[in-house]
Design a protein around this ligand. Structure first.
Ligand SMILES: [Zn+2]
Length: 233
């Protein structure tokens, strides 16, 4: 979930990645800045040594954290003839928090259904619910049984089959009826397959130029949300 929306997440940044980026920024400022704080740090901790060569054993707990990312800063520095240090991870050579975060964060695969989940006028709670359903992260009876939270994984809506994401959304007789009515109104093929296929179907049929672009996506997200709400009730 801690990924950009284009990478299949909800757009939140990982606190761990933010902390590492902040540590790089602190180390970079210590080494390159001529501010009173940086000068004091250099004199207090480094004596006559270069800040770049500091070992983590010299630092307090917080500064050890900074020293742990020291190697990343060393990889992305370059000294010009004038003696000025350049941050090579930014196009303009200036250090930026965003460029440091970009280096330390985990890469994510492009999420093909991004504009089906996130679009103008989307409902945040429905978008998050749809995203979790597409990633098979909803707490269905099947998953709860897998984690030994409950004993039975029977679908609470039809009591006929094990409750998985595939069954809960559109395979279950209760859900299939709701979704078939939605598809009828949207003019989609009435046959029902998987949730991913349905989302892809909506994305391909209702492009940005289509006047039902928002409506079709709201219907998909709303159907998933209300099926889940029906199960909880
Ligand atoms: Zn069912």
């Amino acid at each position: 979930m801690y990924k950009p929306k284009l990478g299949g997440g909800i757009g939140l940044r990982s606190v761990f990645d933010i902390n590492r980026a902040a540590s790089i920024k602190r180390f970079w400022n210590c080494c390159t800045s001529t501010s009173v704080w940086a000068t004091w740090m250099q004199k207090h901790y480094c004596k006559n040594l270069s800040m770049w060569k500091l070992l983590s054993t010299l630092w307090t707990h917080i500064w050890k954290d900074t020293a742990n990312v020291r190697q990343i800063a060393l990889w992305h520095r370059h000294q010009e003839d004038s003696g000025i240090w350049v941050w090579t991870a930014s196009p303009n050579g200036q250090f930026s928090f965003f460029s440091a975060w970009n280096i330390v964060r985990s890469p994510s695969q492009p999420f093909d259904l991004c504009n089906t989940v996130w679009f103008p006028s989307h409902s945040p709670k429905m978008a998050c619910c749809l995203l979790r359903a597409l990633n098979d992260r909803l707490l269905t009876a099947g998953r709860l049984k897998h984690f030994s939270v409950i004993d039975k994984d029977t679908c609470v809506l039809c009591s006929n089959e094990p409750e998985t994401i595939q069954h809960l959304f559109f395979s279950c007789s209760y859900s299939a009826y709701i979704w078939s009515l939605c598809k009828l109104k949207l003019g989609l093929d009435p046959s029902v397959s998987s949730l991913q296929a349905e989302a892809l179907n909506v994305q391909e049929k209702f492009s940005k130029k289509n006047k039902c672009y928002v409506l079709a996506r709201l219907v998909l997200g709303g159907a998933v949300w209300h099926i889940l709400e029906g199960k909880i009730q």
